[in-house]
Design a protein around this ligand. Structure first.
Ligand code: DON
Length: 583
């Protein structure tokens, strides 16, 4: 076809005009890609043949995977990951906090390690009250008085002694020591977190911690070298438990307490012992659930909630249908009412474990469930028995032999008490807030408590952390858990049901929107846009109050699912920098 010259020119002109914005657009997109580029690549959904580690930080997952490849078992990898998170994930990973480890070995043996912090020996019931008996705001949350005696290092030492296959402590600690010494690159989230908390770091520390930049703000990709922490890791590497609870680090911790008005002494540190506990084991249909025992409320409350919904046709009702949400929220309400009354440290309080999980009791508990109306929380009180009695982190591991470990560990809220031990370079927890400062006065998660969780010297504070392992037809099936304060138990409840009832894979189950009811306040909290407007209206019609929870997000879940062909599916939460590593 012959086109007259002037028409060719016109067409060329039109083409250029059309292309200019496209070229501009392309440049914009390229920039966006650079902006979104991750400091460390994150695997959100990963399928592997034999072994998997899912944690809150890509480097920590890699450290765990390297240990598995060297012939370590899942417990060896868990110790290495806990130590690595203490360097790479200062907001919650820790050596100055505590946690729980649930274990299932491939021969079916189950175990649970409680390395929860303890109230210092000088703690007393009214330590957070003013002279009028009112709770002094934030005293149990910020600064030196908020700190519980750390349990992490004794926990790792005990896990190592009982289960290590590598039998080489130093190999487990060295990679993290190197990370502290050589530095890590800050992800955007971490840089923002440190910048956001800078004022409080300055307010509550007796010297400037490495986490406060001397000039200006942290930026994504910047290197954080933690020299003091590296020396602490060196001492732990060389001396094990004694490197932390005795000698230089202990002296520095006690000196830090004295300088800032805290109460932890050398005696507190010397006396600290992690405890082996019998895990809570229960049944849901053809699954067996292995979860954490008191002083966590997680295993019991999860068992209660699953027991209460078991006979309802959730699968037929469908994921997030108003009926499903309604019955789950009603089960949650009832379990949390029991939690407030009956749960606490079993070394101090006689927790009615069997009674709370009894199938008849749970049936009885749901006898006033009304499918057509919410039960107001002032009507639902804790059960009565004759015998009275912002940041955390989770990681899940399965090794090539099929041993499984589920760990949730914490400083309590983000960066704990904000206090860094001068010279030793690690954050101390603010776990004292998980004890009940006063009957009926909610803690930072809105949870209330009574006698069972009142402050006593040497007592462990009640927790919601729910590291969980599930078997199906007798075979390992899921390793799951999450942070999220009071929402931990309901998140584990939901992800388990997402897989077992709603047929999701692990990644889909982890990333599906979540909701939460904790009895008081009497409300269903949701993630942003979790429910359609139609669903919200249906729930409101039933009498539920529905609202979006603070940040609009609930938890940062890490799960592994054993697929029918024996492969593993790792699901790392899209809500954070979480990442899976496998082989
Ligand atoms: O043990 C507990 O239940 C709390 N200290 C957990 C804190 C937590 O999950 C904060 N994270 N978002």
């Amino acid at each position: 076809m012959i086109i007259p010259q002037n028409i060719t020119k016109i067409l060329l002109f039109i083409l250029i005009i059309t292309l200019i914005p496209l070229v501009g657009c392309k440049q914009e997109k390229a920039k966006e890609v650079v902006k979104d580029e991750l400091v460390y690549p994150q695997n959100k959904k990963l399928i592997s043949d034999k072994a998997m580690v899912v944690s809150a930080h890509p480097l920590a997952s890699k450290v765990g995977m390297d240990i598995l490849k060297k012939g370590g078992n899942a417990v060896d990898a868990a110790i290495a990951v806990q130590m690595a998170l203490g360097v790479t994930y200062p907001v919650a990973g820790n050596i100055g906090g505590g946690g729980f480890m649930v274990i299932r070995m491939n021969d079916g043996t189950v175990d649970a390690l409680d390395y929860r912090e303890k109230a210092p020996l000088a703690a007393h019931r009214d330590m957070y009250l003013d002279t009028l008996g009112n709770v002094i705001p934030r005293l149990s949350l910020d600064g030196h008085l908020a700190v519980g005696v750390p349990g992490t290092i004794d926990g790792m030492a005990k896990a190592f002694d009982k289960y290590s296959q590598l039998k080489n402590w130093k190999t487990l600690i060295k990679p993290s020591w190197d990370l502290a010494k050589d530095g890590i690159l800050l992800t955007e989230r971490e840089a923002n977190g440190l910048n956001r908390t800078k004022d409080r770091f300055e307010e509550f520390n007796t010297s400037r911690p490495v986490f406060v930049k001397e000039n200006g703000e942290w930026t994504k990709g910047e290197k954080l070298v933690q020299s003091d922490l590296a020396r602490t890791y060196e001492l732990i590497h060389d001396k094990g438990r004694a490197g932390f609870y005795e000698g230089e680090v202990a002296d520095e911790l006690v000196a830090e307490m004295k300088a800032g008005g805290g109460i932890i002494t050398h005696e507190d540190l010397a006396q600290y012992e992690a405890q082996w506990r019998n895990p809570i084991v229960s049944k849901y249909k053809n699954y067996e659930i292995i979860s954490m025992a008191p002083p966590s409320s997680g295993g019991i409350a999860l068992t209660q909630m699953l027991g209460m919904v078991e006979e309802y046709p959730l699968k037929d009702w469908g994921f997030h249908s108003p009926q499903t949400i309604h019955v789950m929220a009603e089960a949650e309400r009832r379990a949390y009412a029991d939690r407030a009354k009956h749960l606490g440290d079993p070394d101090f309080y006689d927790v009615p474990v069997k009674e709370l999980m009894d199938k008849d009791y749970l049936k009885e508990r749901m006898s006033n469930f009304n499918p057509n109306a919410a039960s107001p929380s002032d009507v639902i009180q804790a059960g009565v028995f004759l015998k009275e009695s912002d940041q955390t982190t989770h990681f899940s591991i399965i090794d090539a032999e099929g041993n499984a470990v589920s760990v949730t560990t914490t400083l309590n809220t983000g960066y704990g008490s904000k206090v860094v031990v001068s010279g030793a370079g690690f954050f101390l927890n603010n776990e004292m807030d998980d004890l009940s400062a006063k009957v009926g006065v909610p803690n930072v998660f809105g949870l209330i408590g009574e006698e069972a969780n009142a402050i006593q010297p040497g007592k462990r504070m009640l927790s919601s952390m729910t590291p969980t392992i599930a078997t199906k037809d007798g075979k390992l099936n899921m390793v799951i858990g999450t942070p999220g304060g009071s929402t931990i138990i309901t998140s584990v409840f939901q992800v388990f049901l997402n897989v077992s009832e709603f047929g999701m894979g692990m990644s889909e189950a982890v990333n599906a929107p979540r909701f939460h009811h904790q009895w008081l306040p009497d409300q269903i909290f949701t993630e942003k846009d979790a429910f359609t407007q139609e669903t919200v209206s249906a729930l409101e019609k039933l009498g539920h109050k529905v609202g979006v929870r603070g940040s609009g997000k609930i938890g940062r879940f890490e799960g592994i699912l054993v697929l029918p062909d024996g492969k593993l599916e790792g699901g790392a939460d899209i809500r954070g920098d979480d990442s899976a590593s496998g082989y």
